[in-house]
Design a protein around this ligand. Structure first.
Ligand code: ARG
Ligand code: ZN
Length: 484
């Protein structure tokens, strides 16, 4: 646990945030799919009832953006290609705070209204069920981040030389019209124009840049399915470094000059970290990699933006290991509900423990033991990681540390070879898709042939500090001989 990375948890207000539950959203989202009618305003996630939408699946986002960093004005056109899951008489997109000036569906002007974060669209001709349709939205304004239930800023966060763009869990809607819940993943194209001298960095591979009339346009493409919160269009004064790894992964690093000296020794390790993680977790899931190291004191956290994690300042090595591990756990294999967040944060934290163990630092067992030694009153035991109890708890210590403890307990119970087989089966079986806690537990039982109900119940779902029977002393086991 390095507090440098997780001010959101530190800054978390003592007040338990309660999200106003939009009953209509919940009802709409949980109703059985109708063959015809309006799409729901939410994806059915009780933590963020209005995040995401119903009635369609986005296949592709084509985002064309222009940002004037001095005036902070954003001009955008988003073209979404989506498939209707019903005859879609009306549907919503998530968008907050920006002015929409034109909206077409399949080329025809469509009526639209705004209702909080919902952009409600009534096409002149309803897309038929199963059909692909195209929505083009032209918009502009001064994007502002949203404040999350944990008190942190999320979305388009202006910096002194551009913007730090990180959307977990709900900030995508601050800069483009989105189906904003991770249930809906899509590929992305980005065309971003910024004042000459600045660099715009998004996900995937760079497709080139062009400078004209004092502005430079950067093009980016991410072909693998990506959740909206993992998209970025971070802008600033950056030093750029590009190379291809031995495995053919295209690396693009963008570093704020103020962070360059501190970042260099850590960024140098990226290829070896990705190789090490590939050995443990299975093949790296993407074709592009890299880092964006910004100077963004107002953000206060890092994010595992797909293919290219985003840091608010020069990261330490453990943070690089953490955000890299998210490429497997969270990015390639995505959540279907935010309450399953330990599948992201517990796994990425456990990757840090494993890295330490295999690189001359404390063993995972030692890290586990020192956490377990904390008294029952410690914040670590405030809520169980598998059921954080609300959106204000998504990024708290129990999710990160006790989530990692749950994985360590699993490793102890099944042995190293089985444990790493489970991890690799998980990343392979759910690659470019989704996974739930129940699916992970079932997989662990199938692969190990062990009954693990009690273990998962204890570590993930039981409030309070698990008793010492859940933490048996380390004993040599036959499997410990085998390397992962
Ligand atoms: N997933 C990020 C990490 O690697 C944390 C994001 C925190 N975001 C927030 N809005 N509090 O730990
Ligand atoms: Zn994380």
């Amino acid at each position: 646990m390095r507090p440098t990375r997780r001010p959101p948890a530190r800054r978390r207000t003592a007040v338990l945030a309660t999200v106003p539950v939009a009953v209509a959203a919940l009802l709409g989202a949980t109703a059985p799919a109708a063959p015809c009618g309006p799409g729901a305003p939410g994806a059915g996630d009780p933590y963020f009832p209005l995040s995401g939408n119903g009635g369609y699946d986005v296949r592709h986002y084509d985002l064309t953006l222009r940002y004037e960093s001095a005036s902070r004005r954003l001009d955008g056109t988003a073209v979404l290609t989506a498939r209707a899951t019903r005859r879609l008489t009306r549907f919503d997109l998530d968008l907050t705070g920006l002015k929409v000036t034109r909206l077409t569906v399949d080329g025809a002007a469509a009526r639209f209204t705004r209702d909080g974060q919902e952009l409600v669209v009534t096409p002149s001709r309803a897309p038929a069920r199963g059909r692909l349709f195209r929505v083009a939205v032209t918009y502009h304004g001064t994007p502002k981040p949203v404040t999350d239930p944990d008190g942190s800023a999320d979305g388009w966060i202006p910096t002194d030389d551009g913007a730090f763009v990180a959307g977990e869990p709900q900030g995508a809607m601050t800069w483009f019209p989105a189906d904003g819940h991770p249930r809906d993943k899509a590929s992305y194209d980005f065309t971003i124009t910024v004042p000459r001298g600045l660099t715009a960095v998004a996900n995937g591979v760079p497709l080139g840049r062009r400078t004209a009339h004092g502005h430079t346009t950067f093009r980016w493409r991410e072909t693998r399915p990506m959740a909206a919160y993992l998209a970025t269009a971070t802008i600033g004064d950056f030093q750029v470094e590009r190379y291809t790894t031995r495995d053919g992964v295209r690396v693009y690093n963008a570093v704020d000059p103020r962070e360059a000296r501190a970042a260099a020794p850590v960024l140098k390790k990226l290829p070896s970290v990705l190789e090490w993680e590939s050995r443990l977790f299975g093949p790296y899931p993407f074709r592009a990699a890299g880092s964006i190291v910004d100077h963004a004191p107002d953000a206060g956290y890092a994010l595992e933006t797909q293919t290219r994690p985003l840091y608010d300042s020069a990261p330490d090595l453990a943070t690089l290991v953490h955000e890299s591990a998210h490429q497997w756990f969270g990015d390639s294999v995505s959540l279907t509900a935010w309450k399953d967040i330990w599948l992201n944060e517990g796994f990425a934290t456990y990757a840090e423990w494993l890295y330490s163990e295999q690189h001359g630092g404390p063993s995972a067992q030692r890290t586990f033991d020192s956490l377990y030694a904390r008294p029952a009153s410690d914040a670590l035991w405030a809520y169980p990681p598998g059921d954080p109890g609300g959106p204000g708890h998504l990024f708290g210590t129990p999710v990160y540390a006790r989530g990692a403890m749950a994985l360590h307990a699993l490793r102890r119970a099944v042995g190293d070879p089985e444990f790493f087989r489970v991890l690799r089966a998980w990343t392979a079986g759910h690659r470019d898709g989704h996974g739930t806690t129940a699916q992970f537990a079932r997989l662990a039982e199938q692969k190990s042939g062990k009954q693990l109900n009690g273990l998962f119940r204890t570590w993930l779902f039981t409030p309070g500090k698990p008793d010492s029977t859940a933490n048996p002393p380390l004993s040599p086991r036959p499997s410990a001989r085998v390397d992962p």
